[in-house]
Write a protein that binds this ligand. Sequence first.
Ligand code: FAD
Length: 451
Amino acid sequence: MVYKQLEILENFKKIHDLEVINNHSDLKRLSRDFYNYSPVLTSKLDGCIADLVVRPKNIQAVLAVAKKCWEMTLPLTIRGSGTGNYGQSVPLFGGIVMQMNYLNKIVNFDQDTGFVKVQTGCLMSQLNNDLEGKGRELRLLPSTWKTATIGGFLSGGSGGIGSIEWGFLRDPGNLIALDLITVDENPQLIQLETQQAEPINHAYGTNGIITSVTISTDIKHYWHSIVIDSNSLIESIDILKICMGAAIKLKLGTILEKEIVEQMPKWFNNKSCLNKVLIQSTLDGIKTIEMLCKKNNLRTYYCGLENDLEFGLNDLVWNHTTLQLRAKDKNWTYLQMLLPFDGENELINNLKKVYGKKILWHIEAVSQNGIPRLAALPVFKWTDQNELNKIINECKKYGAIIFNPHALTVEGGGLGVVDADQVKAKLKYDPKGLLNPGKLEGWIKKEEFII
Ligand code: FAD
């Protein structure tokens, strides 16, 4: 049965403690995210719009929304702050968009373990502030952490500032547990321990409504920022690797090619337009980095405590590098990849031979299964899908693992393979397939996963 928008509104208006939004401009705004970084996604997603946006004020209201969606067989797409890049919170088939911003309480903090339980609509900046008061901090921050929610990060993000030490969100030890509401005949609030919670992590909200997460935190550190000048990309990679191998604590290690630096805001690029390595470390680490750079004849600029800076390095790294470029020219787009272990220079040199300065390199230091690695978010001006495919194939040829930001599904943006546990979780917690339909490729082949 296809319902008219007015019928949908009338049905949801009856739910207590639920804000309903149905004016066209808000529906449009709250049905979008930052998918326009990808021309491929833009052509697919422009025009997708929810029939109704709802904001539950408590768990009872979430349960009632789930029940109503089940009864009316309506698609239900969960939204945090809508800062995703892959159209994760865009409702492909209309229906309900449920924004979680009122469920934002910090539920519990365990002094002994540092585990924090928090409702998913909590802003990461708010959570981090609260943790700092307890002598702790978030391990991983997307560069959008000031506006993103913790639920959106867990469901749609992957890593960011802090990945140099803590790896990616799906690495064991980052997510401890979560509370989830099922979308079935009798929606339930259930608690999932670590192992059961795994398939819900980074599933784009396709297999459960997460109402709270329990995550690990780090001891609070004072992160200082430093910038290193270098004459070539390879020299930048070498010094970054030397710093990663030193006995120091690191929060961030980024390389920006000279031509990217030229496009960065004036406050950053007026020092000198060379290739730059951006690092955050504790003060003792900064001293070691300065010593290592002196030994390698590299110039450094100490910037100060990251949190005290009017403009900090956090605004230039991870996908904020692409954001800064796009502020100058909307034709910039990007790719994401894990560079081959010890094969980074070969890949970059070979791609330089083919593409020269058409592809500019932005590199991020990460930990992959506990091993120091380099990831890259190279930027280039968009031409067409063929050219994109060629670049992807060329990177693969030299051993890169691509995380394609021009793909719509969990699998497409990830390793390209179906995670059977994610599909099984969807069968269990969302048997009608109402949650964020169209975003989990494995759901199409779900029969294979019914035991
Ligand atoms: P949304 O975009 O609203 O949602 C993301 C996904 O989570 C959607 O599929 C949604 O359905 C689902 N979801 C949200 N809440 C729930 C819930 N309660 N239950 C179930 N599903 C839910 N990402 C990174 O990982 N690292 C980065 O460094 C990074 N940098 C970025 C820089 C820029 C400039 C931009 C535009 C994006 C960047 N992103 C990055 C992507 C995005 O900002 C982050 O992943 C962010 O954490 C998403 O949070 P959000 O609240 O905006 O989630």
